[in-house]
Design a binder for this molecule. Structure first.
Ligand SMILES: [Zn+2]
Length: 456
């Protein structure tokens, strides 16, 4: 009998880390960082002994799924880390960026950093990239396979087949959803269907919500750009460096090609997003384009005349002196650090500014505070009145909504999973999604607590 123990993404969305304990050995699925309200949880012991873990399977590059890998290696893990091919360069970017931030914070707090660049390098010595649909035996009798999740470039849900024992328990398939992508993502393939699953550990980020249709995405974005140009204002788009930025660039490119004539400059003001965009170019074969112009193999569909990539600090500062109207895309996506903070400090108090929220805002982040309607916020210790218009486009969400997740949970063969275990959601989302799934699928749905073990 195998067991899954839950060491992250159970007290909220972040920190994904699940330990699968089988008779053949132990392995992890994801080893992510806690972000938002409780960064101190990253310093707590894992809850297991890293040297006892034989392997880690990584679903995708986001820090809340990869951010504690260097800590794991630092604390004695000596196994292999498996991840999709394009996940490798993107997660390296994410972890090196995290190491920079951690070093700065540790210096300010006069404490040892959680990990450093050397730990990141050591972790990547253990990384093996894996293609989709290749079976890898991670332990004797335990085989894993990665499948397209359609969440970001290099994202996967993972099926794990455990052989039955002679004369004993039957074989079974456990599936870890990782993060399941939205429908009709402009540049990614659709989420693959679930072929067969006995047990699914499923994310529930938007388990209580139905997104607006993807057709409004471009129209709403176009309206924001038009209003900014008309009002000679500033459009701020806080964007995650991986995926959201590239989707926004693709959509803006489409709008400028087909619908709108303007020379408004668009600043991509994030070194990490600029580097991630290059990785998207390098792994173009994993992307999907519906526009025949942009799918031309000789064309760089992330580049267009209005776009300025501001890599250096000086180039970034020069944006301040550029006259409005202007559009600024910068990280971090939850407004919890990065160059967007400088732009928020400068422009959030101006009524001509539009702040366009296109991603999930975790509790405890500045982005969530603004999204929840705060009139005043603090940025770099300064009080800032929120006078900007706050707009949201949910269909840029990188996560599937309740209906998408429910559809995905119907396997094509073998019937409804016997057990669905909900993780990666706030308590309200998980409870609402559990009720919905029990009604729709009539199967057992569990919500584990931190450190809880469930037999599978
Ligand atoms: Zn993610």
């Amino acid at each position: 009998m195998a067991k899954i123990a839950f060491y992250g993404a159970v007290r909220g969305v972040t920190g994904s880390c699940y330990l699968v304990d089988t008779p053949a050995g132990k392995f992890l699925v994801d080893c992510g960082m806690f972000q938002g309200e409780h960064p101190e949880w990253n310093r707590e012991p894992f809850g297991f002994t890293p040297s006892e873990i034989a392997a880690v399977l990584v679903t995708h590059p986001h820090a809340d799924h990869t951010g504690r890998l260097p800590k794991l290696v630092k604390e004695g893990f000596e196994g292999m880390i498996y991840m999709p091919e394009a996940c490798r360069p993107l997660s390296r970017l994410v972890l090196e960026d995290a190491a920079h931030l951690i070093a700065e914070e540790a210096k300010d707090a006069l404490e040892d950093p959680l990990f450093d660049m050397e730990d990141v390098a050591l972790a990547f010595e253990r990384v093996q990239s894996v293609g989709y649909h290749h079976a890898i035996e991670i332990l004797p009798g335990v085989t894993a396979m990665f499948h397209e999740a359609g969440h970001v470039l290099g994202s996967a849900f993972i099926s794990i087949d455990m052989e039955g024992r002679h004369g004993g328990e039957p074989g079974r398939r456990i599936v870890f959803s990782g993060d399941i992508g939205n429908d009709n993502v402009p540049i990614l393939p659709d989420t693959e269907v679930l072929h067969k699953a006995d047990i699914v550990v499923c994310e529930a980020t938007y388990g209580d919500r139905v997104h607006e249709g993807s057709d409004v995405r471009r129209a709403d974005l176009k309206a924001c750009i038009e209003a900014t140009v008309r009002e000679q204002g500033v459009l701020l788009i806080p964007a995650f460096s991986i995926e959201r930025t590239q989707e926004v660039l693709y959509e803006i490119n489409q709008i400028l090609l087909n619908d709108l004539q303007t020379d408004v400059p668009i600043y991509l003001d994030s070194p990490m997003a600029i580097k991630a965009t290059q990785t998207y170019r390098d792994f173009k074969a994993y992307l999907r384009f519906d526009d025949p112009v942009l799918s031309d193999p000789d064309r760089d569909f992330f580049s267009f005349p209005n776009l300025r990539e501001t890599l250096s600090k000086d180039e970034s500062k020069a944006i301040n002196f550029a006259p409005a109207p202007k559009i600024i895309i910068a990280g971090s996506g939850m407004m919890s650090g990065g160059r967007i903070m400088h732009h928020l400090l400068r422009y959030l108090s101006k009524p001509s500014t539009t702040l366009l929220v296109i991603g999930y805002q975790a509790k405890g982040t500045l982005g969530r505070t603004i999204q929840d309607g705060a009139n005043e916020v603090r940025i770099f210790g300064e009080r800032v009145n929120v006078k900007a218009k706050i707009k949201e486009i949910h269909s840029f969400s990188a996560h599937g909504d309740r209906d998408k997740l429910t559809r995905w949970l119907y396997p094509t063969e073998g019937g409804i999973p016997k057990k669905i275990i909900l993780v990666h959601g706030d308590a309200e989302q998980k409870i609402a999604f559990k009720e919905h799934l029990e009604k729709e699928l009539g199967t057992e749905v569990l919500i584990p607590a931190f450190g809880e073990t469930i037999e599978v």
